[in-house]
Design a protein around this ligand. Structure first.
Ligand code: NAD
Length: 499
């Protein structure tokens, strides 16, 4: 019998009023493994109500009460990391070691949030006027919603909720309908860690659930991560409804390779960044831009690295790259490789038609390198989100930077070089939010903030780190006087000024 995946509302799993379902696949076998219940607006309302009620006491809880729960949650996450990784692999397809890596990066955000007493320290100014002191501190917002993509079912939600909850908010997560199980495992662990019922809730669902969250009057803030068109839509609709919004969108990440780079090193890292997680990472390198003579030296190394990647089911420890998340995504990726070929690019390594023995129905595409891509081709203008590295050529570093800056996305980018001066010019000149120097996937650690520029982010705040704290709280400034009985009142109809 196919399993049914439910919501988590008010501290317990529930089917709510949901009757619609959507299939959850195992991408390695191509078989359906579960039915996911899709929330109706009334289910979202029940989750928001549970979170609103829980906010009344959670927002008043002491720092020590909150950190006790956060530390316990972190311990449980560490203990059950293997189980989480397996759930990710079975629904997403990525290999187990990669799934374990995303769990680890999520746990690092919990560790950051464990420092909340330090992170939320306010500021105090003594004697701003005679016998008057002033201080500022930050308070939670209320019910915060998180709407997350399929490609990091553990890490991306954890970019959000540990920080939101540590700040005293309550949370409703709407995970991707393609790999929903991780969210329920995390809900169970929160409960086991002692988080009061209703502080963390999960509604499974599609656009119906998302729209209900965006329109709900009791949702104070929305964090979204996903594709650019939906990020833009979420940002517009939720801000029109008066909510605070951060909406992270899609990407087209370029790495430029200068002629002075170590070509073997650059090729190994380009292949890892392009084909890791089958290219289904918002920070995957999908375009390599060679500068001047770098192309001739680089391409043979890149071809060798791409052909060496071992593709297979994610549960097989010898696999380095797993399948694509769904059949539709696989077909879309193949279609964009076809388009590149038809539009005149050179498919140097071709992953179309790859069949993995014993997994003939799995959604596999092999590592693909498309050389001599130009900026007008469909394989460049679309975010492929698959194991495809497009190679473009520029004559100069300035030309490579101009090419990147002309792209509508601005999530991540990298430069491979041995020249400090060239790297510095690149770092300063490129209009992208996260930049690597000989580091192709420059994902900031939990104590810095993660976010792109241009069409890769709508809203002011990046996620986790200092921006996460600012996003999930609002500042309050307090001015205090304790008058002495023997001092003049100093009251005046003039605008207050310090004396
Ligand atoms: P997606 O935009 O299809 O879905 C993201 C979320 O939005 C899901 O929860 C989904 O249920 C919901 N959604 C989908 N269509 C909707 C609609 N019409 N109305 C309302 N809600 C809708 O993204 P995805 O395919 O799950 O994830 C891949 C995308 O996410 C890629 O574009 C990738 O670059 C991006 N991504 C970006 C970052 C980042 O940090 N910038 C991180 C991870 C993924």
């Amino acid at each position: 019998m196919t399993a049914t995946i439910q919501h988590w509302i008010g501290g317990a799993a529930t089917a709510g009023a949901s009757t619609r379902t959507s299939p959850v696949w195992n991408p390695a076998t191509g078989q359906q493994q579960a039915d996911l219940l899709l929330a109706e607006a009334s289910d979202v309302d029940a989750a928001v109500q549970a979170a609103s009620t829980a906010f009344e006491s959670w927002s008043q809880s002491s720092f020590s009460a909150r950190t006790k729960v956060l530390f316990a949650f972190r311990e449980l996450m560490n203990r059950r990391a293997g189980e989480l990784a397996q759930a990710i692999t079975d629904e997403h397809g990525k290999v187990l070691s990669d799934a374990a890596g995303e769990v680890q990066r999520g746990i690092e955000v919990i560790e950051f949030a464990c420092g909340i007493p330090q992170l939320l320290k306010g500021e105090y100014s003594d004697q701003v006027s005679t016998d008057v002191d002033s201080y500022t501190f930050r308070q939670p917002l209320g019910v915060c919603a998180g709407i997350t993509p399929f490609n990091f079912p553990a890490m991306v939600p954890m970019w959000m909720f540990p920080v939101a909850i540590a700040c005293g908010n309550t949370f409703v997560l709407k995970p991707s309908e393609r790999d929903p199980s991780t969210s329920l495992l995390m809900a169970e662990m929160w409960a086991d860690a002692g988080l009061p019922d209703g502080v963390f809730n999960v509604v499974q669902g599609d656009k119906v659930a998302v729209d209900a969250l965006l329109d709900h009057p009791d949702v104070a803030a929305v964090s979204f991560v996903g594709s650019t068109p939906i990020a833009k839509y979420v940002h517009e609709r939720a801000t029109a409804n008066g909510k605070r919004v951060q909406a992270l969108g899609g990407a087209k990440n370029h790495a430029i390779v200068l002629p002075d780079a170590d070509m073997d090193f650059a090729a190994q890292h380009l292949a890892a960044a392009a084909f890791g997680s089958a290219g289904e990472r918002c920070m995957a390198i999908s375009a390599a831009v060679t500068v001047g003579s770098a192309a001739e030296q680089l391409m043979q190394h890149v071809e060798r690295e791409a052909r060496a990647v071992k593709v297979g089911p994610g549960r097989d420890p010898s696999s380095q790259m797993g399948p694509i998340v769904t059949r539709e995504s696989r077909d879309r990726i193949v279609g964009l490789i076809d388009a590149g070929e038809q539009q005149g690019a050179d498919v140097l390594v071709d992953g179309r038609g790859l069949v993995v023995s014993g997994h003939e129905d799995g959604f596999f595409v092999g590592p693909t390198v498309i050389d001599r891509v130009t900026t007008d081709m469909d394989c460049y203008t679309n975010e492929i989100f698959g194991p495809v590295l497009s190679v473009l050529r520029a004559d100069t570093v300035e030309g490579a930077i101009d090419l990147i800056n002309a792209n509508p996305y601005g999530n991540g980018t990298a430069v491979f070089t041995n020249s400090g001066g060239a790297a510095r010019a690149f770092v300063r000149g490129v209009k992208v939010g996260m930049v690597g120097v000989n580091v192709p996937v420059p994902v900031p650690m939990a104590y810095h903030s993660f976010g792109g520029w241009k069409d890769s982010l709508f809203g002011e705040h990046h996620v986790h780190g200092p921006d996460g704290i600012r996003f999930y709280t609002r500042g309050k400034a307090v001015t205090v006087r304790w008058p002495h009985s023997d001092t003049p009142s100093g009251a005046s109809l003039d605008f207050p000024s310090s004396q």
